[in-house]
Design a protein around this ligand. Structure first.
Ligand code: C2O
Ligand code: CU
Ligand code: CU
Length: 464
């Protein structure tokens, strides 16, 4: 018996049956989790890893019985993981096999302008481009995604995202869970039709109610009864995940966008907006074999039946565990004194969709430089979301920043770490500081609910 996509619409005329049986999102926890493959370098030299990636159409098995057409890096949905080390260069040759422009941005990376994958500097259809990443920053869970102006939202939705896990001596020296006990979880959502094909419409968050983890619909994951590290990345276009464990056990959070936190903390619920990352430890050793533990999501849009559960951990036998969670994970540089303070207002019209999303009252204009920054200085930005009902989240390229205040209070939770993306609920204000001492050039900053940035909520800074 297959679940019918139009259950609940009994009596309505059915669309003409296609050649294949209708498919729908499978019941929760019926498919196993998979982990994206690690990309193999095509060439390795003393100081550089070279990779070749092809951007192209492919098929993914998202729901049983359907071959879903997706966009991929090297045929993998989501794309393969690049593993990099601080101080060691990565060079990626991206070949665009699509019939339209594409470009790849390393989210959270300190990248020179020529390799930033800027929205306005796409790889033309059929062409290639070489991206160089010097990896001069400390360890961080970075990710890559399409950034083509006006197409970024659809390209990301259709699958153009992959992890870029940058490590360094600090991270490696810690006794955190490693190897198969260190698992990336890319959280996203999608919308499928009754043939199991993706349906993309700009800004239709309410329709994207099929939750995916690493491209699999609400999977289960068999774990040993010991500690695991989970690297969470919200790669969805618009969806927030508000996560908790079904038995109420707090989550131990050890890292944020820009790498490990100074110290771990525990929280019953963790909120991750699009583009943000969180590093977690879950200790399954206290559960008897056979325990089923669900990572829940408590935020709409969508029917809680569909969006309320993300992944189920099926606890197996105990396994040896030498890992531990040090009370001190790393030290962070002091937050600089602000040389310049600026206001950034995020606003989007509440009705209708179109090009009606603004940063400081203006829609994105690639020919306009919105702010000029002197190299080496520290900027303080006061962000405000003046939308009545729509959340936004702010992301800037080039630097990691520090959140110095939220709604008049201090930053808490993972916002005490290095961040490159920060959430603002309607009416909220957040203060952040960043020191622009890496590359000079022109870089975008924008709302990372990418349907909003595609609609204009994006601007450009110039460091000189
Ligand atoms: Cu992850 Cu400009 O974006
Ligand atoms: Cu970015
Ligand atoms: Cu927004």
């Amino acid at each position: 018996h297959t679940q019918n996509a139009s259950a609940g619409e009994v009596g309505k005329p059915k669309p003409t049956p296609a050649t294949s049986k209708p498919v729908s999102t499978p019941a929760a926890f019926t498919v196993p989790l998979s982990v994206p493959p690690t990309l193999r370098p095509s060439r390795v030299t003393r100081d550089t890893d070279y990779y070749d990636v092809t951007i192209g159409k492919s098929y993914a098995n998202i729901v049983p019985g359907a071959r879903t057409e997706v966009l991929t890096y090297n045929g993998s949905f989501p794309g393969p993981t690049i593993r990099a080390r601080s101080g060691r260069k990565v060079v990626v040759r991206q070949k665009n096999h699509l019939n339209e422009p594409a470009t790849v941005h390393l989210h959270g990376g300190a990248t020179e302008q020529a390799s930033d994958g800027s929205a306005m500097d796409p790889i033309k259809a059929g062409e290639s481009k070489i991206f160089t990443y010097h990896n001069l920053q400390p360890h961080a869970n970075l990710w890559m995604h399409d950034h083509t102006h006006h197409l970024e939202s659809e390209h990301l939705f259709r699958g153009l995202a992959n992890l870029y896990l940058l490590t360094d001596k600090i991270e490696e020296s810690l006794p955190l869970p490693k190897g198969k006990y260190d698992v990336p979880l890319m959280l996203s959502d999608t919308r499928l039709d009754d043939k199991g094909q993706l349906v993309y419409t700009m800004d239709d968050a309410f329709q994207r109610t099929t939750l995916l983890v690493n491209g699999r619909p609400r999977p289960y994951f068999k774990v040993d009864a010991r500690k695991y590290r989970f690297r969470l990345v919200n790669t969805s276009n618009l969806r927030m995940f508000w996560l908790s464990l079904s038995d109420g056990t707090p989550l131990t959070v050890i890292g944020a966008d820009g790498g490990l936190l100074p110290a771990p903390y525990e929280t019953e619920r963790l909120l991750i907006s699009p583009g943000e990352r969180a590093d977690l430890i879950i200790d399954f050793s206290k559960y008897p074999p056979g325990t089923q533990l669900i990572l829940k999501n408590d935020l709409p849009p969508g029917d809680p039946e569909l969006i309320g559960q993300v992944i189920r951990f099926d606890v197996g036998r105990p396994a040896p565990d030498k890992s531990s969670i040090p009370a001190t994970l790393r030290s962070l540089p002091a937050i600089g004194e602000a040389d310049t303070t600026r206001q950034m207002v995020m606003y989007m019209d509440e009705v209708g969709a179109g090009t009606n999303a603004f940063l400081n009252g203006k829609a994105f204009d690639p020919d306009r430089i919105d702010i000029d920054i002197k190299h080496g200085t520290t900027e303080e930005w006061i962000l405000t979301n003046t939308s009545q009902t729509i959340p936004h989240n702010f992301h800037t390229h080039l630097v990691q920043f520090r959140v110095t205040g939220r709604n008049g209070g201090p930053a808490t939770g993972f916002e005490t770490g290095l961040k490159d993306t920060v959430l603002l609920w309607p009416g909220e204000f957040v203060t952040l500081r960043a020191t622009f001492d890496t590359y000079k050039g022109v870089f975008p900053y924008h709302c990372h609910m990418v349907d909003h940035s595609a609609m204009g909520m994006m601007a450009q800074l110039r460091v000189s």
